[in-house]
Design a protein. Structure first.
Length: 412
């Protein structure tokens, strides 16, 4: 039984703590144009160089007035007009008002803006038919953002919610963390690159392809070393090259216990292994350690195991190393299982599922089907992990389980 062989395995939480406690964010940053900053991580707080709004302006179409000019319901002649981009700059005679449009600068001396719906235009001028309070319908300079205020913290990803804000401040360049450099390769004589004809007994190298896609989505610079055959000297050369060029080295395969699994042997020789067996399913043979310069993550050879361990372990490691201070996986939620879920006690199990909300607003989840570590189609069919506790057994339909919705890395 699976649970009889797990005493030497460490938990996912222990693995993450070991990894993240050793990692310190990179210190190198660069200044880049705002137009090229999508997906990059701020290296320092961004401070506003201006007040927003930069000047007091009207929140309404209406009439700018001085309270001292208001005398009961006596009409005020219009002295001129103010538009956004074309302020009123003429002399403003006493006992008159200024026609003003939304966004137009407030004329000097104005105390309030009266919306046009509260005004009646007559031959003698404009009569106002509602009480007027000082400051009404005036947006003050700096009301949104004051000059010198911090508008974005360090350590966040710049996207559609942040970049237009910086553009509105006239910020042309932004200081960001440099991109992580990640070397990736697969190991195994049985692998063939995607697009090449397979020979007898070969399979396509989907792991390196998937890892590269995820790394690019995370904004990393990828150094692709291809497929390394089951040869100690070739593997040693790949490790040495990757260590000299990258911040992180990620391999796929070769961390199990087979006769030709040389990855752990090379890591023992060229670096230091922190751990290499986890109490999770799929993904038990996951290695983490340090080479002379770079961090190392050894993913299992099975496609689902490789994707899962990348998602649950490598993704948070890269986020911390890249300087992301607010990154986290989606929270786990409670859902009712609509289908039975097969499981043996002993390892934390991440099954792929499909969750929905029923008419009462309650979450329900069903399995994507066969959960073998080679069934990569379960990711394209699913939208969440069904997270089954380490010592839990099989789940009957109707029982409550935890789910973890996919983040953008796996979301369909």
């Amino acid at each position: 039984m699976d649970h009889c062989h797990t005493s030497d395995l460490i938990s996912l939480e222990q693995a993450l703590e070991k990894m993240l406690s050793q990692i310190a964010p990179l210190q190198q940053s660069e200044s880049i144009a705002l137009t090229s900053a999508a997906g990059r991580i701020t290296a320092a707080p961004v401070v506003s160089p201006i007040d927003v709004p930069p000047f007091a302006n009207s929140a309404m179409d209406g009439y700018a007035v001085r309270l001292s000019d208001l005398n009961g319901d006596s009409p005020l002649p219009v002295a001129g007009k103010a538009f956004a981009g074309a302020p009123f700059t003429d002399t403003w005679p006493a006992s008159t008002c200024v026609r003003i449009m939304t966004g137009a600068p407030i004329p000097a001396g104005a105390d309030a803006v009266i919306m046009q719906e509260q005004a009646e235009v007559t031959e003698a001028g404009v009569r106002f038919n509602a009480p007027v309070n000082a400051g009404q319908n005036i947006r003050l300079a700096g009301e949104d953002i004051l000059r010198g205020a911090s508008v974005l913290p360090a350590g966040i990803t710049l996207g559609a919610a942040q970049l237009p804000l910086l553009a509105s401040l006239g910020v042309a360049d932004v200081q960001v963390m440099r991109k992580l450099k990640v070397a990736v390769f697969s190991t195994g004589d049985e692998l063939q690159p995607v697009g090449q004809p397979r020979q007898a007994g070969q399979i396509y190298d989907t792991n390196r392809f998937a890892v590269r896609l995820m790394l690019e989505q995370l904004g990393c610079t990828v150094i692709d070393l291809g497929i390394i055959r089951d040869n100690q000297e070739a593997l040693r050369a790949a490790f040495i090259q990757a260590d000299s060029e990258a911040d992180v080295v990620i391999s796929s395969g070769g961390v199990s216990v087979g006769e030709a699994d040389y990855t752990k042997q090379m890591l023992d020789e060229l670096g230091k292994v922190s751990f290499w067996k986890l109490a999770i399913k799929p993904g038990k043979p996951f290695a983490f350690g340090k080479l002379q310069h770079a961090w190392f993550c050894g993913l299992p050879g099975n496609p689902v195991s490789a994707a899962l361990t990348f998602y649950q372990l490598v993704q948070p490691l890269l986020a911390k190393l890249a300087g992301h201070t607010e990154w986290q996986l989606p929270p786990r939620l409670k859902a009712r299982a609509l289908t039975p879920l097969k499981k043996s006690p002993g390892r934390l199990d991440f099954q792929r599922g499909i969750f929905t909300s029923n008419a009462q607003g309650e979450l329900e989840v069903s399995t994507t089907g066969h959960q073998g570590s080679h069934v990569f189609s379960s990711f394209s069919q699913g939208n969440c992990f069904i997270v089954l506790e380490r010592e839990r057994g099989s789940v009957a339909a109707g029982e409550t389980v935890e789910i973890e919705p996919f983040n953008a890395l796996l979301r369909n």
